[in-house]
Design a protein around this ligand. Structure first.
Ligand code: ZN
Length: 330
């Protein structure tokens, strides 16, 4: 058995960013929107550099407008994840794009997405939980609205709160209010840091937002004292190696610090971020990590356990997923 056949736990994926190109093409055709410029001749997303990637991402997701669109998107995304033998996945959802930060509209989106997730759990055995995220470059006031949306839908399906967006805008500490509100509502916390920002951004997220997980966080490796602190505190990194290599955070897989972080005792996990945009899948991430660092089935099963322990689901769900993992003999 190849390592890519193993079951997988994924903690860091943006629902819109996981939209299969064929799904977006179909939706654009239904809505009579011309998106032909964003696909290559094989039908994959096409872009030249990071700035172009942002434009293509925005164009692709511009056709996602209603709760029904998100219902269909969720089914399409979870079908892809299940094909990679992902058995548990956490997906970031942005209330800013799902109802513009309005609580009532957001509820309709959560209901539609949650229904699709329930169906796919029954049909394909994949469990999904949702992490509403604020968008950093929309600023702290908008983030408060996002946190309120998250707080109003906490429980069962919605389990966490996070922040994505442009790391160059403002500081983590600007968003303390939104994260405090989310924590008080019972949501578990994560924030993107240490992808485009350096080690200080990771330090800020831990100190100011009191997150227990960091989205990416890989650039912590530039400050070994911080690496020790993260390891000691048990902070979990949602590492997305393929995304980092495609976007040029690291020039090649062999330059990626995931193996070094793991050796230094940091809890690392493996995710795809925006898989079709980075021409990756969870299967491919496992294969490339195995080729690059010589990791074997035992290594991946250990990482699965780290990820499941760090998952934001309730313990009953964790137990169900743990049983499934145990059925696989690494
Ligand atoms: Zn991300």
């Amino acid at each position: 058995m190849s390592v890519s056949d193993l079951p997988k736990i994924e903690l860091h994926m943006h629902l819109e960013g996981a939209a299969p190109p064929a799904f977006i093409r179909g939706l654009a055709a239904e809505k009579k929107t011309d998106l032909s410029g964003i696909f290559d001749e094989k039908g994959a997303y096409k872009y030249k550099d990071f700035w172009d990637f942002l434009k293509v991402y925005e164009a692709a997701t511009s056709v996602l407008k209603t709760p029904q669109d998100y219902y269909r998107l969720t089914r399409a995304v979870l079908e892809e994840s299940a094909a990679s033998n992902v058995i548990y996945t956490e997906s970031f959802l942005a209330p800013d794009f799902c109802g513009g930060g309005d609580v009532g509209a957001w509820r309709d989106y959560v209901a539609a997405i949650g229904q699709a997730a329930d169906e796919m759990e029954r049909e394909a055995g994949i469990v999904m939980r949702a992490i509403p995220t604020c968008v950093r470059h929309f600023g702290p006031d908008q983030a408060k609205k996002t946190a309120l949306c998250a707080a109003e839908t906490v429980g069962g399906f919605v389990t966490g709160f996070g922040m994505g967006g442009d790391e160059a805008m403002g500081t983590q500490g600007d968003f303390t209010y939104a994260f405090d509100m989310a924590r008080e509502a019972g949501l578990r916390l994560t924030s993107h840091a240490g992808e485009w920002g350096g080690p200080d951004s990771v330090r800020d997220a831990i100190r100011d937002l009191k997150v227990e997980r960091i989205g990416h966080g890989v650039r912590a490796i530039e400050d070994l004292a911080l690496v020790d602190e993260i390891a000691e505190a048990g902070i979990v990194l949602e590492v997305c190696p393929g995304s980092n290599v495609v976007l040029g955070v690291y020039p090649a897989w062999s330059d990626h610090p995931i193996s070094e972080l793991r050796k230094r005792g940091v809890k690392v996990t493996i995710s795809t971020d925006d898989p079709p945009f980075f021409h990756t899948t969870m299967r491919r991430e496992f294969d490339r990590l195995s080729e690059t660092f010589g990791w074997e089935a035992e290594d991946f099963m250990e990482l699965n356990k780290v990820a499941l322990a760090a998952a934001f689901c309730d313990d009953a769900t964790r137990e169900v997923v743990a049983k499934k993992l145990e059925q696989t003999n690494a």
